[in-house]
Write a protein that binds this ligand. Structure first.
Ligand code: PLP
Length: 390
């Protein structure tokens, strides 16, 4: 069979995720210290797991409402109000999804017509461009730069706006840079969205993981934004719940309704066990993650100081759990650096260009790894850098 010509061209031409490709090389190697995959090194807090065990003992294994369990949506509404100072109606404006991944996918599919443009920033999480293309949209990249600590500059966004622009997609703190937004730039981007009547999708998955006593501010909080924003959030990172696959979208009722239709037909509902876990997580609130957050801050301090100490310039990221050092001074490309480090020292990092062309010259190091392993990985990386520079 001629599979090449029979497959959907849109899907056939999508590149595979650079992270996953890289990690095929690591799978099955117990000798490798991984600063690779972006997930917490701890399991989900015990009370959350226990609540699900109890629910299984009671036989709670059914479908739920397409929207998600009502008690969960009520808790989401309360949590979001506390985090972002914006109120959403649990009945009409909140949808429980299978991770932020699904929330992003259905939000793009609910809004985009073929040819509509979406402005997003790179380096960024690997799903953005493919999700936009799978919804028949056109991804329009705006680069963020190290000199701005990987914040998105409103002037760059403005240059990218055309009559076809429909959405601006944001993710701060950012995967893979750890960059955050200065409020004055965020305010200007909000004003652009209002002026050009655009939607904004804001992926808040790292919003709890902020350091140096920072307070998070989301674009949804600015005047005129609530009506045009889809707020995407989930449990994977702060609550250490990656495997539960649980997230949510908050949006004005007509938008939520459109997303619900896609969700209803492709997903039906998020698994009930995960939703029960979500209820317990939100009952715990910050007590579920504050200790982890403090521990990530301590690890960030270790890794950033070690990277700079070995001559790999690395800005101090304000959030998430990634360091994004520049490796150009070694004379290697991102891929050569990551492959060399893996081959010679058994340390895994992700080449920066897996997150878009703007990531070339950098590598991503996830520091949600045990502190002693971070130190060991930094010792080995320093040896590697010194050997390459000789
Ligand atoms: N958005 C960003 C920026 C991410 O970094 C990730 C995962 O790494 C996701 C979304 C996916 O999150 P979820 O596990 O909720 O699907």
């Amino acid at each position: 069979m001629d599979y090449h010509n029979k497959l959907c061209t849109q899907i056939r031409d999508l590149p595979r995720s650079g992270i996953r490709d890289f990690f095929e090389l690591v799978i099955g190697r117990s000798d490798v210290i991984s600063l690779g995959v972006g997930e917490p090194d701890k399991s989900t807090p015990w009370p959350i797991r226990e609540a699900v065990i109890r629910s299984l003992e009671k036989g709670q294994t059914s479908y739920t409402s397409n929207l998600g369990l009502e008690p969960l949506r009520v808790l989401i509404s309360e949590y979001v109000e506390k985090q972002f100072r914006v109120t959403y109606d649990p009945k009409t404006e909140i949808l429980v999804t299978v991770g932020v991944s699904e929330a992003l996918d259905i939000a793009f599919r609910a809004v985009l017509n073929p040819g509509d443009e979406v402005i997003y920033h790179e380096p960024c999480y690997v799903s953005y461009s493919p999700s936009i293309k799978m919804a028949y949209g056109v991804p329009v990249v705006v680069e963020t730069r190290e000199e701005n600590q990987f914040a998105l500059m409103a002037a760059d966004v403005e240059k990218a706006i055309t009559p076809k622009t429909k959405i601006i997609a944001l993710n701060f703190p950012t995967n893979p840079t750890g960059g955050i937004m200065p409020p004055e730039e965020l305010e200007k981007i909000a004003a652009l969205a209002v002026k050009h009547d655009l939607f904004v999708f804001t992926d808040e998955i790292y919003c709890e993981l902020l350091y140096d006593n920072r307070q998070h501010k989301s674009i949804v909080e600015y005047p005129g934004m609530r009506e045009r924003t889809v707020l995407l959030h989930g449990f994977s990172k702060a609550f250490a719940m990656t495997g539960w696959r649980l997230g949510y979208a908050c949006a004005p009722a007509p938008l939520r309704e459109a997303m619900m239709k896609v969700h209803q037909y492709c997903m039906l509902c998020a698994p009930i066990m995960s939703q029960i876990a979500g209820i317990e997580a939100l009952k715990m609130g910050a007590s579920a993650y504050e200790e982890m957050r403090q521990s990530y801050e301590m690890r960030r301090n270790i890794i950033v100081s070690r990277l700079n100490g070995m001559g790999l310039h690395c800005f101090n990221p304000g959030g998430a759990f990634y360091a994004f050092p520049e490796i150009r001074s070694t004379g290697l490309t991102s891929k050569e650096f990551a492959l060399g480090l893996l081959e010679k020292k058994s340390v895994a990092v992700v080449p920066g260009n897996a997150f878009g062309a703007a990531g070339e010259g950098f590598v991503r190091c996830c520091y949600a790894t045990a502190p002693d392993l971070i130190v060991k990985a930094m010792d080995l990386m320093e040896e590697f850098v010194n050997e390459v520079r000789k």
